[in-house]
Design a binder for this molecule. Structure first.
Ligand code: MN
Length: 206
């Protein structure tokens, strides 16, 4: 079975005014669609097309060398965007329960998390992602270039189980924020779906 573009779990305009409808439409229908298409071009007709994308990314060194870079870039793009869409929701409150406790214990609280995460996102030179991950049972913040992600053992410069991420490619914010990445990153916190982040957290520590 070929990889498929997941449906956005909300309307293009659902995140306005934080993320505009046009950005969401192009980002999902064009950018994400292209990652899926190119991933399929690399893997369809091979045994790999039946595997879960997470499993492929966690074990990239097993992918035939001539396909590895395409899978890293486009498979990474497919996983990262599928993960990202689910993390976004308007007015989704604040972290609670175990996650809130861990943010306090591991990172020094919400303000400190925002400060560290925003710095990782703003200082990532060029295209990439910033992440909140669980590593060894603890929360950590970091970033990766291009479509790399913290699942890519042996490849990524930052590893862990992602529970939150932000796309800082210009295509994620340029229509609305132009060159002002810091403004986009700051506004992003208004559309974080904390119930979803908690779900990822509970699974990661289980
Ligand atoms: Mn993107």
């Amino acid at each position: 079975m070929a990889f498929t573009l997941p449906k956005l779990p909300y309307d293009f305009a659902a995140l306005e005014p934080v993320i505009d409808a046009k950005t969401m439409e192009i980002h999902h229908d064009k950018h994400h669609a292209a990652y899926v298409e190119k991933l399929n071009a690399a893997l369809s007709g091979t045994e790999w097309e039946n595997k879960k994308i997470e499993d492929i990314l966690m074990n990239l060194s097993a992918v035939p060398e001539e396909k590895r870079m395409a899978v890293r870039n486009h498979g990474g793009g497919h996983w990262n965007h599928s993960f990202f869409w689910e993390l976004l929701k308007k007015d989704a409150g604040e972290p609670s329960g175990k996650l809130a406790e861990a943010i306090k214990a591991d990172l020094g609280g919400m303000d400190k998390l925002k400060e560290t995460f925003n710095a990782a996102a703003v200082n990532r030179f060029g295209s990439g992602w910033a992440w909140l991950v669980v590593d060894g049972g603890k929360l950590k913040v970091g970033s990766t270039p291009n479509q790399d992600n913290p699942l890519m053992n042996g490849v990524s410069e930052f590893l862990g189980t992602p529970i939150l991420g932000i796309d800082v490619w210009e295509h994620a914010y340029y229509i609305q924020y132009q060159n002002r990445r810091a403004e986009y990153v700051e506004a992003f916190w208004q559309v974080v779906n904390w119930a979803k982040v908690s779900e990822h957290y509970e699974k990661a520590i289980a």
